[in-house]
Ligand binder design. Structure first.
Ligand code: KG4
Length: 339
């Protein structure tokens, strides 16, 4: 019997809907929100309103692109959290309404599990290698920086995480300091390709265990620039590419050090990455390079599955549906990762 899952994602500033049948992607529609760009960061109130505007056309388009109707859908998977509460409420309420109207089971998904399970999405006419459990996934985005030990589709343990800023925040905040547009990560990635990473060095944190810290990097970057700008007001303009290359190399090194440590500590050599920052070319290259050196089997996601998307939510829903792990209608969104 076919299993067809509709996925709905609204945890931050992307409204997304996707349809997956038997683990194979039929559609994945994402509406980004331009409204935040001029503020240099996501404004929660504006994100909620944009989700309200986008959710109906996005779901409708995802169904049409998949060539299915609601009568073909077996389960509705939605992001319960973590994320922005006002954004989550839109997706959760929409999923509930649809579930009630069409009498289709609800499947609540943890956004982080979704990112990890994005490695199991099959795409028509393309062989995609999937990790085997247990594997380690470095999950890095604008809101998260975690090392996750994935023991099964619904059995995941966070073995390391940031104690302050996320890796994506480090990119976005440093980009803002340099006057670059939001989100800063992709812009830094692009400029870094033309720069020399050895030109500058920024503070690398010393944090216990497998945890991360990125707020010190932002501060050290700020003070470094203040000093240089006092001597030469055009310093940023003249050294933008080198600054981006150095910053990217520093973030990558911080991320890789703990990832290598985790692999050694758990004796696991299947290594995956996910989340918006996993689109970063410096990080992708470093994972591949270390992988060859250390005999890892590495899993680097397609670009479209790195940032927030509903395909990964539908994929996680597929596993929950198989386990008949359905949600109640009184389920409520969770801003934090505590469910
Ligand atoms: O997963 P995601 O879409 O959602 C959030 O959790 O916000 O990740 C967005 C983050 C932003 O911080 C953005 O700057 C970063 O991912 N990002 C990148 C790249 N593409 C997106 N960071 C570094 N290099 C990239 N190529």
């Amino acid at each position: 019997m076919d299993i067809t899952i509709l996925g709905i994602e609204s945890s931050c500033d992307d409204t997304s809907a996707a349809v997956i049948r038997n683990g194979i992607l039929l559609s994945n529609v994402i509406a980004g929100q331009e409204v935040h760009r001029k503020y240099g960061g996501v404004i929660p109130e504006l994100a909620s309103r944009a989700h309200q505007q986008n959710i109906v056309p996005v779901v409708d388009t995802a169904l049409k692109e998949a060539g299915v109707s609601m009568d073909d859908i077996d389960g509705i998977a939605f992001t319960r959290g973590p994320g922005l509460l006002g954004s989550l409420v839109v997706g959760v309420s929409f999923a509930k309404g649809l579930s009630l109207a069409k009498n289709i089971p609800l499947l609540e998904i943890n956004h982080l599990n979704g990112h990890v399970l994005s490695h199991f999405i099959d795409v028509p006419e393309k062989e995609t290698p999937h990790p085997e459990f247990p594997f380690i996934c470095l999950l890095v985005s604008g809101g998260n920086s975690q090392i996750i030990l994935a023991k099964g589709p619904e059995d995941m343990e966070i073995i390391g995480e940031t104690i302050d800023d996320a890796a994506g925040e480090a990119f976005d905040k440093c980009a803002k300091i340099m006057g670059l547009p939001y989100p800063g990560g992709p812009v830094i990635d692009k400029l870094a390709k033309e720069g020399d990473p050895s030109k500058s060095r920024f503070a690398k944190p010393s944090v216990d265990e497998l945890n991360y810290s990125f707020s010190g990097l932002k501060t050290s970057f700020l003070y470094f620039l203040k000093k240089e700008m006092a001597a030469n007001p055009s310093f940023i303009e003249e050294n933008k590419n080198d600054l981006c290359a150095s910053l990217q190399a520093t973030v990558t090194e911080i991320l890789m050090n703990k990832l290598i440590k985790a692999s050694k500590q758990y004796g696991i050599t299947q290594i995956a990455i996910g989340g918006g920052v996993s689109a970063n070319s410096g990080l992708r290259n470093a994972v591949e390079k270390e992988g060859i050196k250390r005999g890892w089997k590495t899993y680097i996601p397609e670009f479209r599955f790195t940032t927030d998307n509903a395909a990964m939510i539908a994929m996680a829903g597929h596993y929950k549906y198989i386990n008949k792990d359905f949600s109640r209608l009184d389920v409520s969104p969770e801003a934090r990762n505590n469910f």
